[in-house]
Write a protein that binds this ligand. Sequence first.
Ligand code: HAM
Length: 424
Amino acid sequence: MLTKAPRGTKDILPGEVEQWQFFEEKVRELCRLFGYAEIRTPVFEHTELFLRGVGEVTDIVAKEMYTFTDRGERSLTLRPEGTAPVARAFLEHKLYGAAQPLKVYYIGPMFRYDRPQAGRYRQFHQFGVEVFGAMEPSLDAEVIALSLYVFRALGLEEFTLQLNSVGCPLCRDAYRICLQEELKDKLSRFCPDCADRIHKNPLRILDCKQESCQELTVDVSLMLHKLCGDCAEHFAAVREAMDALGEPYVVNPRLVRGLDYYTKTAFEIVSPVLWAQSSLGGGGRYDHLLATIGGPDVPGIGFGIGIERVLLARAAAGRVLPESKLTDVFVATAGNVSAAAALRVVIDLRGQGVAADKDYLGRSLKAQLKFADKKQVRYLVILGDEEMKRGQAMLRDMQTGSQSGVALTDLTSMVARLVKEANR
Ligand code: HAM
């Protein structure tokens, strides 16, 4: 127990962290180009926010939340997703008073108590974006396009964009009744989850993964064909905007998504590689979420991408970055030269912007050289008794093997120049 991380969580170790940093660099740059500012919200929120925002009958809220009571008797929940917290922050700080639309992005951990498997964790990380204050279909297309650009910037080409409209309260309420009517005679043949969903959230039946449930709904009416005029027009305009961008997509009328706040546009990006957990990311419009949690009726749209899944897909595509080299210069000591003298040189080099390090284990010169070699440093500085007396140090280029004496007074500036050239 003491030496094992909790089930469903993972350490990101040195050597692996490069993949994460690369992901973050790419998405931050894309967000800059697309005009999104970063937002950071707490990892826990009042439980009520998710009950109301995400929906009490969703799997996330009903089965997967990490909820606890704090010492002040408040019910708090580790965020299972990022949209409701960002919407809460938008209201709390009256960001609807700022120029609209407001475009924000976040990168951070989310928590869901689900059965862990490849690509599914209890603590996982999402990159997400949210835009508030605009209804125009071209915004839907921009948000969807941004998610696709993320995958491409990360070297992933093999994915499918699935698109649907889940309607608005007006047409969805009517459709829900129609669906319940169509399914009522088959009630006993559904899985226990779906039997429950028929009363509480019948749309979710359409994306049940159980084959027997899928068979029972093959010929039911679909939301997409029951949209009201406004929703149908919006969906047509989103499709037109996607076509204008030349972005291919598949209309999946059974795409429902697992969160209750969606209205109109819903989308998911699916990878063929991660067969068990194939959803790399998903999102959609949530035009009434802010009103649901007590704010003005400001529309919104966004998506979330699972970082672990993207990195798994990158690994499957053979796109793993090498471990980054931390040290450019190693300062070794020979004879009676003190560790403190080496530390002085190392600190001076760092002051010049050079990644430098030294030995801290009292190793012999031979062992120090071996260590420097293992760390793949480019330059080695050797401080020896004789050379030091003459005001000199030895400088070795580990790549070419060439070695020469350098005046201690010139050492830092010279090494800094060489390293800069080598790293160019
Ligand atoms: P979601 O579909 O629940 O949407 O999650 C988005 C992505 O997070 C998934 O496509 C998947 O890549 C990743 N993900 C979800 N659960 C796990 C897990 N247990 N382990 C690993 N990865 C996981 C949302 O969360 C919405 N907030 C997205 C959104 C933003 N919609 C509008 N704005």
